[in-house]
Design a protein around this ligand. Structure first.
Ligand SMILES: N[C@@H](CCC(=O)N[C@@H](CS)C(=O)NCC(=O)O)C(=O)O
Length: 191
């Protein structure tokens, strides 16, 4: 079984953190150029990572990969509330990835235009919702939603995309989990 992805992607890292005790190979790709991009294009028409190859079966998208592996290894499915939490985490993450790519493409993302207003509003809303949920004690277990939240927050800090001074619970949550299994070895700052 092979998990293909970039070392910086929070969607890839969540699976690498969760996949303890399961035998697989991690294949690190540069998804934007060269051989890594060719491998991505050959294996996933959606051209996104993560991507799982299990024998002849390819599986795209971290949520679907999580579901596939949960079934394969007889691990519990997420509850509907956990699914909703994951949707909020993914909404924040997708929006921040899009804004980062736009900024890297030379687009001013602070302009007064409907598209940007909607994205900034979504980031504020999703992160303040997650701040409240952490404060209410809903992320006490180191389970898949908590792993996904950690990966989002650590990636946001890496990319310097958000000022966490208004979200002390999120900052505390991220710092609390720095010593969890595989967090250091999957940290893109460590090469
Ligand atoms: N919904 C997808 C999102 C994955 C995603 O956005 N991956 C980014 C890397 S962080 C990617 O592959 N981007 C390539 C592109 O946008 O061209 C998932 O959960 O796997």
């Amino acid at each position: 079984m092979k998990l293909l992805g970039s070392t910086t992607s929070p969607y890839v890292r969540r699976l690498r953190l969760w996949l303890g005790g399961i035998d697989y190979d991690f294949v690190a790709l540069n998804i934007f150029e060269g051989e890594g991009r060719e491998t991505l294009k050959r294996n996933n028409p959606a051209q996104k990572v993560p991507l799982l190859l299990d024998g002849e079966q390819a599986v795209y998208d971290s949520r679907v990969i999580f579901r596939y592996l949960s079934q394969k290894f007889d691990r519990p499915a997420l509850s509907w509330d956990q699914e909703n939490t994951l949707t909020v985490i993914d909404a924040a993450n997708d929006t921040l990835v899009s804004l980062l790519l736009l900024a890297r493409s030379g687009v001013a993302t602070d302009q007064q235009a409907l598209f940007f207003t909607l994205q900034h509003e979504r980031i504020e809303r999703t992160l303040s919702f997650l701040e409240q949920q952490v404060g209410a004690g809903l992320f006490e277990q180191w389970d898949y939603p908590a792993i996904c939240l950690f990966c989002l927050l650590d990636w946001v800090l890496l990319r310097e995309l958000f000022d966490f001074s208004a979200c002390p619970n999120l900052e505390r949550f991220r710092n609390l989990h720095l010593n969890q299994d595989r967090v250091a070895e999957t940290d893109p700052r460590n090469g």
